[in-house]
Design a binder for this molecule. Structure first.
Ligand code: SF4
Length: 188
């Protein structure tokens, strides 16, 4: 993200933090939205001969939406960027409508405790779709699974680490970024 497309603010721990525009927040949300929608389509396609496919597809979509809300309620209130434009995806400002700010020192613990709630979103469509594509081969389903895997395991982590997390002063205490910056630091 270029410096000229965003303003900068002083963070509480005296680091300069970017402020994200609404467009940048939307861009940050695209990979997760694509993953959720693709997951739904995979269920519907994999079980197209049964109405259970549609039910499972919409259940997955609801799970994806509920997972985002879960993070807003149980993680974002502990984040420095709660109710600021320095949250790259905009969750922090939405979270302020649900809950008041809480202790930033608990961020790492809350992150570790609540992220597992949404982790199955990355795997359930693959676990449902792969047996179906093996059982009765379908190019459509195979292509959907490949696009899903690229989005969920390549694009989404890339966007979050390169877009917002890279500049985040909390990255040392963030269980997600800690693993990504340590090897780099060791290699330096
Ligand atoms: S940076 Fe992450 S944890 Fe912090 S408010 Fe935004 S979405 Fe929530």
């Amino acid at each position: 993200m270029s410096e000229d497309t965003r303003t900068q603010v002083q963070d509480t721990n005296k680091q300069i933090m970017p402020e994200y525009t609404p467009i940048q927040e939307v861009i940050d949300n695209i990979p997760y939205a694509v993953m959720t929608l693709l997951g739904m389509v995979i269920f519907i396609t994999a079980f197209s001969e049964s109405s259970w496919g549609i039910i499972a597809g919409f259940a997955y979509l609801l799970y994806g939406i509920a997972g985002a809300v879960w993070i807003m309620i149980f993680v974002c209130p502990y984040c420095r960027y709660w109710d600021t434009r320095s949250c790259p995806c905009g969750y922090g400002r939405i979270a302020s409508r649900f809950r008041k700010k809480s202790r930033v020192e608990c961020f790492s613990d809350k992150f570790k405790r609540h992220i597992p709630v949404i982790v199955p979103l990355w795997f359930i469509p693959l676990l449902a779709g792969l047996p179906a594509v093996v059982g009765r081969f379908s190019w459509l389903l195979l292509i959907l699974l490949i696009i899903f895997a690229i989005d969920a395991f390549v694009i989404l982590p890339l966007v979050s680490t390169k877009h917002g997390c890279k500049e985040c002063p909390q990255k040392d205490s963030c269980p997600w970024m800690k693993h990504k910056i340590k090897p780099a630091a060791q290699n330096a």
